[in-house]
Write a protein that binds this ligand. Structure first.
Ligand code: ZN
Length: 99
């Protein structure tokens, strides 16, 4: 269940904006829900998008410069709007079919 932070109405599904008050969720705070490494980051990104939730991958700035793809420097932070964080974490922890 998702609760709009602006009007406190409940949403069954993620939306770009609140159907009750038109609050745009991506303008609110974003939170890092998981840290990942390539190529798993892209799999998680597409999975989160399949839930209809906006997602951002935050790459450590040094990694592309140094060409490092393995190890702590290649860490990718996966962020979603805070309003969807618990919703996404529930879905990610649930069993899902393999690609
Ligand atoms: Zn609202």
């Amino acid at each position: 269940m998702i609760t709009c932070p602006a009007c406190n109405e409940k949403l069954d599904q993620p939306e770009i904006s609140c159907p009750h008050c038109s609050y745009i969720f991506t303008t609110g705070p974003w939170v890092v829900i998981r840290k990942s490494y390539p190529p798993e980051d892209r799999i998680i990104e597409s999975l989160i998008r399949s839930f209809n939730v906006p997602v951002r991958l935050i790459h450590e700035s040094i990694a592309p410069v140094a060409g490092i793809t393995i190890g702590p420097l290649a860490e990718v932070k996966i962020a979603v709007p805070q309003v969807f964080a618990s919703y996404v974490l529930d879905l990610l922890s649930a069993p899902h079919p393999k690609e």
